[in-house]
Design a protein around this ligand. Structure first.
Ligand SMILES: [Zn+2]
Ligand SMILES: [Zn+2]
Length: 430
């Protein structure tokens, strides 16, 4: 059976997250989105860990489900079209490390995945001696990432350690500001225990295929959601038995069970291009080189984005396809498409939210609508404009404005508002 897996999320106990990042909110939105395996996030936080033990119960080996009494109440608030969707949780946590190595300050983020609460407890009791786990759901530890990996291996033999959003300038394993140039530089003799990396929103598998040093690791995608509405912004598709070992086995071996990833168009990510936010300047890598890496407006250094950094570490040309390549699907979140069709800026506008829930009630969960429901069916459900937008999205026929220096990029299905209103007029004539 195919499962959509999202291992990197945050709870309401991480900074700058939504209050609805609780188990109820994750379950509710997981079903609307059509995600099957959700990382708990933040298992190092004592309050969140207590909430997990309180609201989850063991399901298949290494997986957890929401207790029936809680699930039943939430199911009453969901449309019947998504009732049958299955939701399982697996213990995960993102940990930030900050340390000096080779005369450079390193700041890295990594996601830990383990199959049991016993192992969570063992990891937490080791880490609480190193730093304050209560301060943030994503704790910051003054610890060499390699030593964090060692702790995971000692506490959880089948645990996984996944470098998170590896290309982001700050906090990425390969980040331009505080990262490394190779897995080996960071993890030395423990490098063989790194089986997978997370692309992050600003890079896609094709960009990663260009880097030879990543040939031996599996490319996965997660949402890094800070609110349950953002679950599954990116995700991994795995066809495996419903248990921890089989799902993780797909990730460690990158065999046929690992079907592929669901991706943002990488230009939508906040660090795809180079630039300087304070000066509203976006640059291509070529423009950055022409500027000598300095902002022509304010003379501060430009923030080197992911595309540029991939180019610096790549030994293969743009367009190279890895032998281990898996299926890659690009999506735009449904609420963003609906906002564009409505001509409104915010996905949280009342009209967009009403459209969103109406469409899900008719057609099923969001991932089905974005990925598999035939566009004729969407059209026949009274959504000809949405059908057209999804057709464009699925074929990659979208308008891209790249993000830079922390500013999200934009992906549109229409070139401009004129094309949008012309299309709407034509459709109303039909
Ligand atoms: Zn992170
Ligand atoms: Zn500037």
């Amino acid at each position: 059976m195919q499962h959509i897996v999202d291992l990197h999320i945050h709870s309401h106990l991480s900074r700058a997250t939504s209050k609805s990042c609780n188990i109820e909110g994750l379950y509710y939105w997981g079903k609307l989105k059509g995600i099957h395996i959700i990382g708990t996030g933040d298992f190092t936080h004592p309050t969140w860990f207590a909430e997990l033990r309180d609201k989850l119960e063991p399901a298949e080996p290494g997986l957890f489900k929401v207790k029936k009494s809680i699930a039943n109440e939430i199911d009453k608030t969901l449309p019947p079209s998504v009732h049958d969707s299955l939701i399982r949780f697996v213990p995960t946590s993102e940990i930030a490390t900050i340390y000096k190595k080779g005369d450079k300050v390193r700041k890295l983020h990594q996601v830990l995945v383990v199959p049991s609460f016993t192992e969570v407890s063992a990891i937490n009791s080791r880490l609480e001696r190193i730093g304050n786990l209560k301060a943030d759901g994503r704790p910051i530890l003054g610890l060499d990432s390699k030593e964090l990996l060692r702790i995971l291996l000692e506490c959880a033999p089948t645990g996984q350690y996944i470098p998170a959003h590896i290309w982001t300038p700050w906090f990425g394993l390969f980040g331009s500001k505080s990262g490394f140039d190779s897995i080996e530089e960071a993890y030395e003799e423990l490098s063989p225990h790194i089986h997978a990396i997370e692309t992050g929103l600003s890079s896609d598998p094709a960009m990663n295929w260009r880097v030879k040093g990543l040939d031996g690791v599996t490319i996965i995608s997660n949402s890094d959601a800070h609110s349950p509405q953002k679950l599954g912004r990116e995700a991994t598709v795995i066809a495996a038995e419903l248990n921890y070992d089989d799902i993780i086995g797909a990730i460690t071996t990158n065999d046929n069970r690992l079907r592929g990833t669901i991706e943002f168009f990488p230009e939508e990510g906040k660090y795809h291009a180079d630039g300087h936010r304070a000066c509203n300047l976006r640059c291509t890598p070529e423009q950055t080189a022409a500027h000598g890496g300095i902002c022509p407006t304010c003379a501060k250094p430009l923030v080197v984005g992911v595309l540029n950094r991939v180019g610096a570490l790549a030994s293969r040309p743009d367009g190279y396809v890895s032998k281990a390549a898996k299926n890659v699907e690009y999506i735009i979140p449904l609420a963003e498409i609906l906002a564009e069709l409505r001509g409104v800026a915010s996905t949280s506008s009342k009209a967009v939210q009403t459209d969103y829930h109406d469409i899900l009630a008719r057609l099923g969960d969001e991932f089905s609508i974005l990925r598999t429901v035939p566009t004729e069916v969407i059209r026949e459900a009274g959504q000809p404009l949405l059908a057209m937008a999804i057709k464009r999205m699925r074929s990659g026929n979208v308008v891209r404005e790249a993000g830079y220096d922390g500013v999200f990029g934009t992906i549109k299905v229409f070139k401009n508002s004129q094309e949008r209103s012309q299309t709407i007029n034509q459709m109303s004539l039909l």
